[in-house]
Design a protein around this ligand. Structure first.
Ligand SMILES: [Zn+2]
Length: 120
């Protein structure tokens, strides 16, 4: 998807990763299946760890574990949330003018797990 257009007229580009105005929503109904799936990948005896990583990435988001995309218009602050059909429902902010609600950084790792870089 190259861009999503907000009712205010601004078109939000979606052409790269790590965007401050884009996020994903995971339903509470999917949270424990998500944890269980991560546990399954971690505890797998499958020898090819890269294949496990790719399986995890493929299945989380639009596969076994469904996440919906969410965008915030950087002009008017509306939230555009993907529905089951890939269309977007628009929510208008009330009582604030924050246009950066999806712009937050990752937290700190516990230090228990160090990830090896994957071969590309
Ligand atoms: Zn807008």
């Amino acid at each position: 998807m190259a861009k999503i257009c907000c009712p205010c007229g601004v078109c939000i580009p979606d052409i790269s990763d790590h965007q401050s105005f884009k996020g994903y929503i995971l339903s509470d109904k999917q949270l424990f299946p998500f944890y269980d799936f991560a546990d399954e990948m971690i505890e797998s005896s499958h020898a090819d760890k890269e294949e496990l990583c790719m399986t995890f990435r493929r299945e989380v988001g639009g596969g076994y574990i469904r996440m919906k995309r969410i965008y915030q218009c950087f002009e008017c602050g509306r939230l555009l949330i993907e529905d089951e059909n890939g269309e977007f429902t628009v929510f208008v902010p009330e009582g604030h003018d924050d246009t950066r609600v999806l712009d937050f950084s990752e937290g700190k790792r516990s230090g228990i797990v160090k990830r090896k870089p994957m071969a590309r």
